[in-house]
Design a protein around this ligand. Structure first.
Ligand SMILES: Cc1ncc(COP(=O)(O)O)c(C=O)c1O
Length: 465
């Protein structure tokens, strides 16, 4: 650190070279590689400016015009703007829907919903994690309640059909009738087909459950009307704002207001979600809202209403379909037979390389993705697939032809992986060792080709940090 009088008004790069250099290295990594983790994206320069603004300094516990702290005149305006724009982005009427923009991220948003409307140890049903659901949809294993959503609530998962890779709605309907959950969650982290929200709604109505969509992965596609909207059928919708929506790292909860149902007697039953969800977020689970993130939400929701954003989302899907097509031409098996969205799940069982090995070797050549279970996998610890997404590459301006090239890179890398495995045998530790010792030159060559290709596509944000 510099020995000058005060550090308070110096730039990071003047002050802390050690830290700044690491941030710069991360920026170079982002530029030189292909980011294919389906939940990631590059946010805009203007959202970054919100995140690095004076709003980070302010406490504002409570809601607009009802705060526990003074000095919130402008914070109130920002949060109100974020609420208004969030509703407008999804074409929602403020008499029918309310929104809370304070959750710090997607996981706290989901936990707040369960806290607000499901009593302790009340029942929830979500898509099982190995089948494409998320941790926060109640994930547990035979040995362990992994997610806090399984410790404090009682989940029962539903599954995909192991043959088709599609959600088994009949099985869900049957289990829901017996289990009688308070809440059914329609949401995915790894599933390449659109969800049948109408069917989910019928199943929820059948057992008197609330229906919540967690559209974190697909909210950008929903905003651009590229895929069907969950709002037509759901009582609650949660989302992260940093995935396809391309905003700040944060979370949002939408909830219905007004009449929930009319009884045969004509009596109207009203929704009571607003107070319960707002109170669960604060003071139930959180303290002061992150106002810099909320400003970023206000901004990204406005950006999501533009023609540029719509074109971007259409391209995200076209790119995922182009990637899928080319990989299929190379002989790969794509789970669910293709994609309607921003991601594909490649089943590597027939190829004979595990998801873990594929993830490792792709990472070595600057292609970032994640290993993933595929339908029918016996072990979540040794999954047979990789998940590949196109939101980040599309933000860099890539089109279908570029994704064909990316598919070729992936194919060459997987083939190199098979060559390494021939020498190393099946264990991942041996595979890594042999790769780094005996295949250094081949890896370096592929990595340089990927790097040269990646550097042709610009990244939004600050130039070098
Ligand atoms: C469907 C879904 N819900 C919730 C989350 C959690 O979001 P966060 O990581 O912001 O807590 C994720 C994150 O990947 C997700 O995919």
């Amino acid at each position: 650190m510099s020995g000058d009088k005060s550090y308070m008004n110096k730039h990071l790069w003047e002050l802390d070279q050690e830290l700044f250099k690491i941030i710069q290295d991360e920026k170079s990594r982002q530029k030189e590689g292909l980011e294919m983790i389906a939940s990631e994206n590059y946010t805009s320069l203007s959202v970054m400016e919100c995140l690095g603004s004076c709003l980070s300094n302010k406490y504002s516990e409570g809601l607009p015009n009802a705060r526990y702290y003074g000095g919130n005149e402008f914070i109130d305006k920002i949060e109100t703007l974020a609420q208004k724009r969030s509703l407008a982005t999804f074409s929602l009427d403020a008499t029918e829907w309310g929104v809370n923009v304070q959750p710090y991220s997607g996981s706290p948003a989901n936990f707040a919903v369960y806290t607000g409307i499901v009593e302790p140890h009340g029942r929830i049903m979500g898509l099982d994690l190995p089948d494409g659901g998320h941790l926060t949809h109640g994930f547990y294993t035979p040995q362990k309640k992994v997610s806090a959503t399984a410790m404090f609530f009682e989940p029962l998962p539903y599954k995909v059909d192991p043959q088709s890779g599609l959600i088994d709605y009949d099985q869900l309907a049957q289990s829901a009738r017996l289990f009688r959950p308070r809440l059914i969650i329609a949401g995915i982290s790894c599933y390449s087909r659109v969800l049948d929200y109408k069917r989910f709604k019928q199943i929820a109505d059948d057992c008197g459950a609330y229906l919540m969509a967690d559209m974190s992965h697909v909210s950008g596609l929903v905003a651009a009307k590229v895929i069907p909207s969950p709002f037509d059928y759901c009582d609650i919708v949660t989302t992260t704002t940093h995935k396809t929506l391309r905003g700040p790292r944060s979370g949002v909860i939408f909830f219905r207001k007004g009449v929930r149902l009319v009884k045969p007697t004509g009596e109207k039953v009203l929704y009571d979600l607003e107070n319960r969800i707002n109170a669960a977020v604060f003071p139930g689970l959180q303290g002061g809202p992150h106002n810099h993130q909320i400003a970023g939400i206000a901004l990204c929701m406005a950006q999501a209403q533009t023609e540029e954003f719509k074109n971007y989302q259409q391209q995200v899907v076209k790119n995922a379909q182009a990637l899928c097509k080319k990989l299929q031409e190379h002989g790969y098996n794509i789970s669910a037979g293709g994609t309607d969205v921003h991601l594909i799940l490649v089943n590597l069982k027939s190829v004979g390389l595990s998801g873990g090995k594929a993830e490792f070797i792709l990472d070595e050549v600057n292609i970032a993705c994640n290993k993933n279970t595929v339908p029918g996998d016996a072990s979540a610890l040794n999954p047979s697939g990789i998940r590949l997404g196109t939101p980040a590459l599309t933000t860099r301006g890539m089109k279908e032809q570029d994704l064909y090239k990316v598919a070729d890179f992936i194919d060459s890398t997987v083939k190199l992986g098979l060559e390494i495995q021939k020498k190393s045998g099946p264990k991942l530790v041996d595979f890594k060792k042999v790769a780094l010792e005996d295949f250094k030159d081949k890896i370096e060559k592929l990595k340089n080709e990927v790097k040269e290709f990646a550097l042709r596509f610009p990244l939004p944000g600050h130039d070098n940090y």
